[in-house]
Design a protein. Structure first.
Lengths: 144, 84
């Protein structure tokens, strides 16, 4: 399964400027996802992070990974779609800066899934370079 | 794996999740009320139990993971089903 930006916006509870996934190129519902975020020089965060050296904040990489995980869980889920919230960020490491012009490729693989929560291992890459990785736990907090 | 090994392995998993010394994980200390674990950490414990003991826990059994003593019972049930 793939998801274009319109489908992503329909699935995620987020809205501009906080939708941090542009496309999902491979989704296996409830199991894994590979998703893309094209980082541009007009991102709202570039104005302040940092004025003369634009870098994607690490916390937004975590958020992009969390949204990818959210899509992995919501794709193929019958309505009403659950609302997932991040519950735990573990062993996240940032290895290389992500800058305007980069395409962030987020891959997530579910490690443990139950009806109301899940844990996933995530890796963020730019090209062949692994720029960040970690483990995210998220749980349902209601319906979207 | 005998009961002592199961107990020590589970105690270590729980202590790591709760970020406390293994000695603090007594047999009947309640995970949520006494060890301050939450649902996310309990899921993490379940994931580590599955990897360590090479079992697949059913969702209904996760509710039984309330103390070290209960966790030993659950782990041994699955290990017996697996035949080890």
């Amino acid at each position: 399964m793939t998801l274009d930006f319109d489908q992503i916006c329909a699935l995620l509870p987020h809205a501009y400027p906080f939708v941090l996934i542009d496309r999902a190129v491979e989704v296996v519902p409830g199991q894994s996802i590979t998703a893309l975020k094209n980082v541009t020089g007009t991102e709202p965060f570039v104005q302040g992070h940092f004025p003369r050296r634009a870098l994607m904040p690490g916390v937004l990489m975590i958020e992009a990974a969390a949204q990818a995980c959210c899509l992995m869980m919501l794709a193929g889920h019958p309505s009403p779609k659950p609302l997932y919230a991040l519950g735990r960020v573990e062993r996240f490491r940032f290895r290389s800066p992500v800058r305007p012009g980069d395409q962030l490729v987020v891959t997530a693989k579910a490690d443990k899934v139950v009806s109301t929560a899940a844990i996933a291992e995530v890796v963020c890459r730019v090209g062949e370079v692994e720029v960040a990785s970690g483990r995210l736990s998220f749980g349902q907090v209601g319906s979207a | 794996m005998d009961t002592n090994e199961v107990t020590n392995t589970l105690r270590k998993i729980i202590a790591e999740a709760a970020e406390i010394e293994p000695e603090a994980v007594t047999m009947d200390a309640h995970f949520i009320k006494e060890l301050d674990l939450d649902s996310m950490l309990l899921l993490e414990i379940a994931a580590k139990v599955e990897k360590t003991f090479k079992v697949k826990l059913e969702e209904r059994d996760l509710k039984e993971l309330t103390s070290l003593r209960q966790s030993i019972t659950v782990a041994q049930k699955y290990m017996a089903q697996r035949g080890s």
